[in-house]
Design a protein around this ligand. Structure first.
Ligand code: G3P
Length: 234
C-alpha cells in the first residue's frame, strides 16, 4: 500500500514527504508544464527533496520506437524512474519491448478492463485507471478498479494497479480497500486524508487538561535528565 503525489512542485513534494507517508510522485505532461522548467530539472527537484522517491515520468512520442528510446533514456538517468506509457497500440508494443529490457512501466489513461488486460499481457508493471475522470462523466471509476483487481486476481497477473485521477479522501479509502497497490493523488486530498474534527477537538481537550498536571510545563525536560526513569524502575 503506497501513496504517491500528483505533482512536480518542489514545495508540494517537500510538504508531502514531511508527512512521512509519500513514497513517490506521479507526473504527466500537464503536471510538468505547470513548473515552467525542463523535465530534467523537474525530476532533479523531486529527487533533491527525497532521493528515495519513485518518480513516474511519461514518454511523449506517439510511436513505439520513439517511446522505447525515450523510456531507455529516462530509465538510464535514474533508477527511481518508472516510465509511463500511454494506453495505445503503439504504447503496448513499447511496453513489450521495455519489459524485455527490464524497464518498469505504468500504462496510463486506462478506462476499461480490456485495456488493463492488454497492458498486463504486454508486460506492464502497473496499470493506471483514471478513477475521477470516469466519475466526472457519470461512469463508475471505483467499479472499474474492482473489476480490474478481481480479474488480475483470477488470472494471477503480475501487474499492479495504480489508481489515478483522485478527487476525494473517501475515494482513497475505497480504492485501497479494493486492493489498489498505489493511489496517486493531489496534495489537497493527501492532507484531507488525515484531518478529522474529532482529532482536533480531542487534542484541544487533552492540552487543556494537561495544564492541570502539577509540574506539567517541565515534565518532559525532567524526563530528559539522564537516568531519571532508570532510577524509578530499579
Ligand atoms: O496521475 C495524474 C492523474 O491523477 C490526473 O488526474 O485530476 O487530471 O484527472 P486528473
Amino acid at each position: 500500500m503506497q501513496i504517491f503525489l500528483d505533482t512536480a512542485n518542489r514545495e508540494e513534494i517537500a510538504r508531502g514527504v514531511a508527512t512521512g507517508v509519500v513514497a513517490g510522485v506521479t507526473t504527466n505532461p500537464t503536471i510538468i508544464s505547470r513548473e515552467n522548467k525542463p523535465l530534467v530539472e523537474c525530476v532533479r527537484a523531486v529527487l533533491d527533496v527525497d532521493p528515495t522517491l519513485i518518480v513516474l515520468v511519461e514518454v511523449i512520442s506517439d510511436r513505439a520506437a520513439g517511446m522505447v528510446e525515450e523510456a531507455r533514456k529516462l530509465a538510464a538517468s535514474s533508477e527511481n524512474i518508472v516510465v509511463k506509457i500511454p494506453m495505445t497500440a503503439e504504447g503496448l508494443a513499447a511496453v513489450k519491448c521495455l519489459r524485455r529490457d527490464g524497464i518498469r512501466t505504468t500504462v496510463t489513461l486506462v478506462f476499461s478492463v480490456n485495456q488493463a488486460i492488454a497492458a498486463s499481457c504486454a508486460g506492464a508493471s502497473y496499470v493506471a485507471p483514471f478513477v475521477g475522470r470516469l466519475d466526472d462523466i457519470n461512469a463508475d471509476g471505483l467499479r472499474l478498479v474492482r473489476e480490474i483487481k478481481a480479474l488480475f486476481k483470477v488470472q494471477n497477473a503480475a501487474t499492479g494497479v495504480l489508481a489515478a485521477s483522485i478527487r476525494t479522501p473517501q475515494s482513497v479509502a475505497d480504492l485501497f480497500a479494493a486492493g489498489c497497490d498505489i493511489v496517486t493523488m493531489p496534495e489537497k486530498v493527501l492532507h484531507a486524508m488525515f484531518r478529522h474534527p474529532l482529532t482536533d477537538a480531542g487534542l484541544r481537550a487533552f492540552m487543556e487538561d494537561w495544564r492541570k498536571v502539577p509540574g506539567g510545563e517541565n515534565a518532559f525536560a525532567a524526563l530528559h535528565r539522564k537516568g531519571q526513569l532508570a532510577q524509578c524502575q530499579s
